[in-house]
Structures are given as structure tokens and as C-alpha cells.
Design a protein around this ligand. Structure first.
Ligand SMILES: NC(=O)c1ccc[n+]([C@@H]2O[C@H](COP(=O)([O-])OP(=O)(O)OC[C@H]3O[C@@H](n4cnc5c(N)ncnc54)[C@H](OP(=O)(O)O)[C@@H]3O)[C@@H](O)[C@H]2O)c1
Length: 316
């Protein structure tokens, strides 16, 4: 495994994290033993950075992580836990309550990274009101560092001005070979400010593995039923890219998923993809995207082709 630092801190995180939205109704991994085997395999491979959120399975994902880490006897310092508080829970009275529950589920005294999952779109809570309440939790030792997920850069900048003793160390954004909007503003902003960019859906929800045919698309029984990347108009073009990923990967003895993740790793050393896994085998494959590099020519060829693909979300 390769490692890097979390933002400007000296916290060491693996270059590939483990996404755990999978432990929820949305993705369907609701069997604890299966979740534990996924977490356990990740840790064995040196993946020490785990991404979860309060809303994943309404606490189920955090609960599974807490229980598994305890049962596996993982030392607190050997794992870096990121969780997220949703925009709906950002009133100054809800923040400590929500975080306390999260810590209880995770069975820890503090989280390493607390991200705001999305801005408080419907509650009109002023930015500095909730940012100061979050900073209070840092001062009190319940949270080590703060991050923002799915924030426009302008709002991230405004949020940072509310903080006095700490800063935003991480931006979490959607970023994969066929959904590249983050490179317009978020990645340059993170690079200017030395922030980690956690790339969510780095495999475009599995589309970049290419394991589904166009005929398989009607068979999904999870959140992908309505997922734009799996709309036939979008997916047919993604399969063209997968063909190239497969061809290039063949020369390195790597799978399309590994090539897709390696491409992200090489895009910027601040990018940390957090692929979700539904089995320990997928964890192994995803960890195998580290420890090697695509050649410049191969990286550029993938870049060119992927730029020609823009997923359309206007599918209904
Ligand atoms: N901040 C946010 O708003 C936000 C939003 C979304 C996700 N996230 C975080 O990011 C993580 C990852 O995103 P994601 O789950 O949306 O998408 P993803 O990581 O792009 O795709 C995950 C899915 O791809 C398939 N897969 C994984 N590894 C594979 C491999 N090696 N070969 C073939 N298929 C593979 C699995 O599904 P199948 O096996 O069923 O195909 C898995 O459930 C989440 O778990 C969550 O922690 C954050």
C-alpha cells in the first residue's frame, strides 16, 4: 500500500480508502459478518482510511465499523475514521447530539475526520453558526479534523473564514473517469490549499469495472436502478472507454477497475479514491491499483478518451 498525509496534517492515510456506504439498504450489504470480512481484508492490505457517514443505513455502517474494529482488536491509532454529518443536522444543538451518537456507534472517543456531508440546503442555518459549533467539537477533542463534502468552492471558502483555530483539511467530491466536474474548481482549490481530495464513486458505482453488459442493466436491485451512469445512453459510451481500460490494463496485468483507480492516483497526489466494496475480493482488487503506475502515454490516452464522455443526468 502507498500512503500520504491527510491534508496539511501529519496523519498517515492509505492512498486508497474504503468506502462503506455499501453497508446500507442502498447497496444491500446488511450482513454484519460480510461487512466485517470486507473491513478486515482492507486492514490486512494496509488500507487504514475508512469513509462512512451517519446516514449510511441510518447508522448501520458506523455500527458495523465500530463493532468490527473492536472485534478485530484494531488499535485506535492504526485506523483513520472519516464520518459525515448531514446538512439537516447542523443546528448548534443538533451537532453535538449527532456526533455523540456517531461516536457511540463507532465505539471511539473521537473521529479523525468529520465532514459535512452536504450544505444545509433546506434549513437556512448560517454558515458561521454551524462551522463554529463544529470547531467547538475540535476544541473539545471529539473531532480531530474537519472536511467538507459536496460543497461548492465558494461556500467552502466562506466556511473556512468562520474557523479560527482549525482549517478544512479535506474536500470530498465525486470524481471518476466519466464524471470529472471536480477538476474545474475543486481539485485546483485543494491543490492551492494543500487539502486531500477524497474521490467518491471512483469506479462510477462499478460502471468502470465493465462487468455489466447493456443487457444486465435492467437487473439491478440496488440504488443503481435509477443511476444515470447506468442509463443505456450513458453506459454504452462508458463501455467504449472500458474497452480501452481493459486493453491497456492487459499490458500491466491489471483489471479495468484497477486502471481506472490508478488513473485517479496519478491525476494528483492529493487524490485519495475511496471505492466501496461488496466483497473482500473487491477490496483486494482495489488495493491492487496502488504500487505501480500507468505510463505517461497510457495515462494521456485514457485522459483523451474520457474527456469525450460526459454523463447526462437528464434521463427522465
Ligand atoms: N460524499 C458523498 O456524497 C458520497 C457519495 C457517494 C459515495 N460516497 C462514498 O464513496 C464510496 C464509494 O462510492 P460508491 O460506492 O458510490 O461508488 P464506487 O466506489 O465507484 O463503486 C462501488 C461499487 O462498485 C463495485 N465494485 C467495487 N470494486 C469493484 C471491483 N474491483 N471490480 C468490480 N466491481 C467493483 C461494487 O458493486 P457491485 O459489485 O454490486 O457491482 C461496489 O459496491 C461510498 O462507499 C461512500 O463511502 C460519498
Amino acid at each position: 500500500m502507498e500512503y500520504t498525509s491527510l491534508g496539511s496534517t501529519d496523519v498517515r492515510i492509505s492512498r486508497i480508502g474504503l468506502g462503506t456506504w455499501q453497508f446500507s439498504d442502498a447497496w444491500g450489504v446488511k450482513d454484519y459478518e460480510r461487512a466485517k470480512s470486507i473491513i478486515s481484508r482492507a486492514l490486512e492490505l494496509g488500507v487504514n482510511f475508512i469513509d462512512t457517514a451517519m446516514v449510511y443505513g441510518r447508522g448501520l455502517s458506523e455500527e458495523f465499523i465500530g463493532r468490527a474494529l473492536k472485534e478485530l482488536g484494531v488499535k485506535r491509532d492504526d485506523v483513520v475514521i472519516a464520518t459525515k454529518i448531514p446538512g439537516e443536522l447542523l443546528s448548534p444543538s443538533d451537532i453535538p447530539k449527532a456526533v455523540d451518537r456517531s461516536l457511540r456507534r463507532l465505539q471511539v472517543e473521537y473521529v479523525d475526520l468529520l465532514l459535512i456531508h452536504w450544505p444545509p440546503c433546506w434549513h437556512n442555518i448560517p454558515t458561521c453558526t454551524y462551522m463554529r459549533a463544529l470547531e467547538r467539537l475540535v476544541n473539545l477533542g471529539r473531532v480531530a479534523y474537519l472536511g467538507l463534502s459536496d460543497y461548492p468552492v465558494e461556500l467552502a471558502e466562506a466556511a473556512r473564514t468562520c474557523l479560527s483555530r482549525t482549517d478544512i483539511e479535506v474536500l470530498q467530491v465525486r470524481f471518476n473517469l466519466v464524471e470529472r466536474w471536480a477538476e474545474e474548481e475543486h481539485i485546483p482549490y485543494a491543490e492551492e490549499n494543500n487539502m486531500t481530495v477524497m474521490a467518491w464513486s471512483p469506479l462510477a458505482k462499478g460502471a468502470l469495472s465493465g462487468k455489466y453488459t447493456l443487457e444486465d442493466l435492467g437487473k439491478f436491485q440496488d440504488l443503481r436502478v435509477n443511476e444515470p451512469v447506468f442509463h443505456p445512453d450513458n453506459y454504452a459510451r462508458i463501455l467504449d472507454l472500458v474497452k480501452v481500460l481493459r486493453e491497456i490494463g492487459g499490458r500491466y496485468e491489471k483489471t479495468p477497475a484497477q486502471v481506472a483507480l490508478n488513473w485517479l492516483l496519478q491525476y494528483s497526489d492529493l487524490i485519495v479514491p475511496i471505492p466501496g466494496a461488496r466483497s473482500p475480493e473487491q477490496v483486494v482488487e482495489n488495493a491492487g491499483s496502488t504500487g505501480w503506475r500507468l505510463s505517461y502515454e497510457d495515462w494521456r490516452r485514457i485522459d483523451e478518451i474520457s474527456r469525450g464522455i460526459r454523463v447526462s443526468y437528464a434521463i427522465w
